[in-house]
Design a binder for this molecule. Sequence first.
Ligand code: SAH
Length: 224
Amino acid sequence: MPFQKEKIQEENFERLRREMVHSQLERRNITDQRVLEVMRKVPRHKFVPERMRGEAYDDHPLPIGKGQTISQPYMVAIMTELLGLRGEERVLEIGTGSGYQLAILAELAREAFSVERFGPLADQARARLRELGYRNFEIRAGDGTLGWPERAPFDGIIVTAGSPDVPAPLVEQLSEGGRLVIPVGEERHQELYRLTREGGKTRKEFFGGCVFVPLVGEHGWEVG
Ligand code: SAH
């Protein structure tokens, strides 16, 4: 009875997801109820390679191919919380990877856009989100350090790879009051920042250390 087996598996994953939200997110002071709610809902195990599904709700990042990773659940939660989404925003993600973070954004914003450097990862993520029923998103393959000028301005931009500096085009593509959440620093260790565009200025806040794969592109690290 394959159907029955699948149903039991899905129930198991749902239980793991609730535990993940409680022990990894609520206990570490993620308080945005909308973020907690969607992370209880989005099936993270469908964004990791089949053989790693059992680890999908564990407290660490996982490899997704091409030397890239799906971020730790807590990192997804805190970066999303920092965007302060209410439901009407247009948001941009740089570094689609598995598409998991993008699914979270598509749940919480009106429209979600994402740029991925590797074509095959972009195609896979697009197919995955469509299959899960998302329609308010768009993915493009290319250099995300240039942003997505044709779709700008954005109320929120989230960069899910580590950058040596803040890419200027991303700041330029923020709307008034728009927020950019980005890890900036060395190749193997970064600091998480939130930049808010206010008038002609940008306000900068710091949120602790983190580790991301490198952002490779014109305004990021050189291809190596
Ligand atoms: N947000 C993803 C995790 C991303 S890992 C998720 O939820 O699964 C970082 C991703 O950034 C990788 O897929 C990598 O290929 C991509 N990347 C690195 N440099 C990039 C650039 N300049 N433009 C777009 N994507 C980039």
